[in-house]
Design a protein around this ligand. Structure first.
Ligand code: ATP
Ligand code: MG
Length: 433
């Protein structure tokens, strides 16, 4: 650039501007309207990869535009407004993309004709890349956090359920042993009693025959025997023994199912085996496991309807029932001093669903907490007592794994109702996750 100067002041001003031009970290250049570069500062040479100003002068800036269309807007804007501020642009220099902001002013002659454009370009490529790195890192971090939370909840879940599973399996095992010999003794007893009945019949027919005999001694003995039979209700005993034996049989069957179900608690984290079950059966099993939680403060009322068999992963549904019944018991326990509470368990069938409602008359849930109870780690229980996972796990099992519904309804001071709705046919993913 060559400029004339009239006085010392102009001279120092010029020096100032020249210094600024040369030393600026931003690119400063002058060009014609068609983009031909007339002069450029050191930062500009560096950006475009040149050593000397002569090498770039005469070249068009538009050659470096990644998108040539941008220039149309740029020119129009300058023509109309005389300047442009922070125009975002991508330049491609030696196969590298640079994101820049360009501010420019129109330089006009005395007649007002646009003769040159003076521009300042700020290279923000690195700035954006840095930001992007931080952004990526933030995204990665929050993803990792979510994963960790999920993992933690699975871990706690596994631990917790392994605990309950072991307990249940232990109890099942303990019961299984004595049950084994009681049942086998019962079978033997049944055979013995059948023998006795047979023997009794022989005796009776013998007595019948003898009663025709006229011997007074025999007659006396027979009268005594008949007297004994009436006094001790022998024929009633005979009849009732058969009934008692068949009732026992039924009792054994029931204990065996309960034990089977108890064992299923310990299978929770292994294979997800889908089984045909009557939902009402699970309730009885779960009540046995949960008994310690409710026995002091609550009565259980059952209203179990006629249900079709449903396809479920038994261990998982047991877990849901247990979580909800234990929650109800704990809620009632929290106000135990006042009165014993009631946990009502209701089941009924709809067209494609089996429905179970667990209704307690505990303290209820604060309306502003109702939306949070299914969140992982949400608990109002004292430290060490609740993990806040029970309902989260239950929701996952019912809604995600069994494609059912888990609903809550609560009134402060009145109580809480949980509704479990399970499709009769298994619709969930075989893997469950
Ligand atoms: N029947 C209920 N009555 C009142 N509040 C309930 C009831 N069921 C659940 N809640 C509330 O929901 C919260 C979350 O329940 P959730 O079962 O998920 O966790 P928790 O019982 O606190 O802990 P965890 O089950 O892991 O031992 C409870 O802390 C409690 O505040
Ligand atoms: Mg709970």
């Amino acid at each position: 650039m060559s400029h004339h100067s009239e006085n010392v002041n102009d001279q120092t001003d010029l020096l100032k501007y020249q210094t600024l031009f040369e030393l600026s970290g931003n690119i400063i250049y002058f060009s014609n309207l068609d983009g031909t570069i007339n002069s450029i500062n050191q930062a500009g040479l560096e950006l475009f990869g040149f050593q000397k100003e002569e090498e770039i002068i005469g070249k068009s800036i538009i050659d470096y535009y990644l998108n040539k269309q941008d220039r149309i807007y740029f020119e129009d804007h300058i023509k109309q407004n005389g300047s442009i501020h922070d125009f975002e642009l991508i330049l491609e220099i030696n196969n590298e993309k640079k994101i820049v902001l360009e501010s420019a002013v129109a330089i006009k002659d005395q007649s007002g004709k646009l003769v040159e454009i003076g521009s300042i370009i700020k290279n923000i490529t690195e700035h954006i890349n840095d930001k992007k790195v931080v952004l990526d890192m933030t995204v990665e971090l929050s993803e990792a956090y979510e994963k960790m939370k999920e993992l933690q909840s699975q871990l706690v879940n596994k631990e917790k359920m392994a605990g309950i599973g072991q307990l249940a399996a232990g109890v099942a095992h303990e019961i299984n042993n004595p049950l084994g010999f009681i049942k086998s003794n019962h079978e033997t007893l049944k055979k013995y009693i059948a023998e006795f009945f047979q023997y009794q019949k022989i005796l009776e027919s013998f007595i019948n025959k003898l009663s025709k005999n006229q011997s007074p001694i025999l007659q006396q003995a027979i009268t005594k025997i008949i007297q004994y039979q009436t006094d001790h209700q022998i024929s009633f005993i005979n009849h009732d023994t058969e009934e008692l034996l068949s009732e026992d049989q039924e009792g054994f069957e029931r204990i065996i199912t309960i034990i089977d179900n108890l064992k299923s608690f310990s299978r929770i984290n292994s294979n997800r085996e889908i089984e045909q079950k009557n939902f009402n059966q699970l309730i009885d099993t779960t009540l046995i496991v949960a008994r310690n939680e409710y026995k002091y403060c609550a009565e259980i009322e059952k209203e179990l309807g006629n249900l079709p068999q449903i396809e479920i992963v038994v261990g998982e549904i047991n877990q849901v029932l247990l979580n909800i019944i234990v929650n109800a018991a704990q809620a009632i326990n929290s106000q135990c001093e006042k009165e014993r509470g009631v946990i009502k368990i209701l089941t009924y069938a709809e067209k494609d669903h089996v429905i179970c409602q667990i209704i307690d008359n505990g303290p209820g849930i604060e309306p502003d907490q109702l939306g949070q109870i299914f969140n992982p780690f949400f608990t109002t229980k004292e430290e060490g007592k609740g993990t806040g996972l029970g309902l989260n796990i239950s929701y996952d099992i019912i809604v995600n794994k069994h494609k059912g519904e888990l609903l809550v309804d609560s009134q402060l001071g009145k109580g809480t109702t949980f509704t479990i709705k399970i499709p009769i046919k298994y619709l969930g993913d075989e893997n469950g996750d």
